[in-house]
Design a protein around this ligand. Structure first.
Ligand code: GLC
Length: 451
């Protein structure tokens, strides 16, 4: 009898869990559909904003300087971004050519930009006195951008969050000794409730949960209760797009895209030999939060080149701005966003809706290719302007027409055959003007013949 019941119980469990998973089962086509706006967009704005903006020396300042809550409190007590103008931020992002926003609703410091009912550690309780997130969401949506929330799984302020190897108090033995009194289950509930609150009150298009560091003295899926969390997210908002840092990479439902950061992937990011959707997040200068004295800023051209290279490998670029404690983008960020906008104004056709070129189309020397499958057009980004001739191999018979993208001026070409040709090669040569067009990176738009 007991055995029978045990068997029944097991069967029920298996049924229940496979039923739950069934919710997440989706075909590759359905997933592509769900991710379509994001894949088309290619270029988004990351915003890291919190109390650390006032320290102005990296968003990990509390950790790096091993500050106690009491020492960090001054940033909360004085936080007052009086120049905050989300409409201006949204306009700037749009003018730069960005199509979506991902903003730190809460970073590792634990401070919340929105009026969460689950904590007092939030913007409305600072001298600023108001919710910072909702107006941002409204402003970016008003400009036609999609909105995603970064939400930190780490929390260096929550009383139930245990001290681990990434914690500001990692070397403080008294604080470590209090770990048994901290309850990570309660903390996981807090995460669950806050994520649910964000979903239900602000309906984001994307959730960016950050990050897991399993192993000794670390935290991973059991600590965040990642399975329960993702199940809720998928149920509440089946269309939401989710990043990959919940420590659920071995599941199909636990992530939608990969997120390599602070380096350039060699090629289209793959999992088990399969290309997957990917987005790389990058900084202007190495820090995500506003860093006054950091001077290793990438040049505008380097940033344009980065966007091009990412799309040439089938990925998205999420480019970060760290606003100041007054609530502004500083001059260095503005100059770069402006330069990207100038380039995008003339060249966004080689970015939006584009992806890696088909394998048979090889990039000529010093060029990156992107390709728009809908239009069947190839975009040749000429990183180093050659003298008069740009030679392409394997293109004979494939090109119908070519023009510079910045001014739609024709680029004539010659197809060289084998007979009598120097080197005996078959090649197609574009006849370029001697003077490089005055844009950061010139692009040749190639209308390919239909096969
Ligand atoms: C890392 C850092 C964090 C930053 C993030 C962006 O996870 O912890 O400060 O927000 O990268 O991807």
């Amino acid at each position: 009898m007991t055995k029978k019941y045990a068997l029944l119980f097991c069967l029920c469990l298996i049924f229940a869990s496979s039923n739950a998973r069934a919710e997440w089962r989706e075909t590759a086509e359905q997933k592509a559909q769900r991710l379509a706006w994001w894949t088309e967009a290619r270029f988004g704005m990351f915003i890291h904003w919190g109390l650390y903006a006032q320290a102005a020396r990296h968003e990990w300042v509390k950790n790096r300087e091993q500050m106690t809550d009491a020492q960090y409190q001054k940033y909360f007590d004085t936080f007052n971004p009086d120049l905050y103008d989300p409409a201006a931020w949204a306009k700037t992002a749009k003018a730069a050519g960005m199509k979506y926003l991902v903003v730190t609703s809460k970073h590792h410091e634990g401070f919340c930009l929105w009026d969460s009912k689950y904590t007092d550690y939030k913007a409305p309780n600072t001298p600023y006195g108001k919710d910072l997130l909702k107006p941002m969401v409204e402003a970016f949506r008003a400009e036609g951008l999609k909105v995603g929330f970064y939400y930190s799984l780490l929390d260096w302020h929550h009383p139930d969050y245990t001290v681990d190897r990434h914690h500001p108090m990692r070397n403080n033995q008294d604080e470590r000794a209090k770990n048994p009194q901290r309850d990570m289950k309660k903390y996981a509930d807090y995460v669950y409730n806050q994520v649910e609150e964000l979903l239900t009150t602000l309906s984001p298009d994307l959730m960016w949960l950050d990050f897991s560091f399993p192993g000794p003295d670390g935290k991973g899926r059991d600590d965040w209760q990642s399975e329960r969390l993702i199940q809720m997210v998928r149920e509440k908002m089946p269309n939401v797009i989710v990043n990959d840092r919940l420590d659920l990479l071995d599941t199909t439902y636990g992530w939608d895209f990969r997120t390599p950061e602070q380096n350039m992937p060699r090629e289209w990011v793959a999992m088990n030999g399969q290309r997957v959707p990917w987005e790389t997040c990058q900084t202007f200068s190495g820090s995500w939060g506003y860093y006054r004295d950091e001077e290793t800023w990438k040049s505008p051209r380097q940033l344009v080149a980065m966007l091009i290279e990412v799309v040439s490998k089938g990925g998205n670029l999420l480019l970060n701005v760290g606003p100041t404690g007054r609530g502004t983008f500083d001059a260095r960020a503005m100059a770069r966003l402006d330069a990207m906008g100038q380039w995008m104004k003339l060249h966004s056709r080689s970015i939006y809706g584009c992806t890696q070129a088909p394998a048979e189309l090889k990039a000529p020397a010093n060029c990156f290719l992107t390709y728009n499958p809908e239009l069947n057009r190839l975009y040749i980004h000429v990183m180093e302007w050659p003298f008069k001739s740009l030679h392409l191999y394997g293109y004979n018979g494939k090109v119908a027409y070519a023009q510079l993208l910045n001014d739609a001026s024709e680029i004539r070409f010659t197809e060289h055959g084998r007979a009598g040709d120097e080197g005996g090669e078959t090649r197609l040569t574009f006849d370029l003007p001697v003077k490089q067009p005055e844009v950061a990176v010139p692009v040749i738009e190639v209308f390919l013949k239909a096969d």
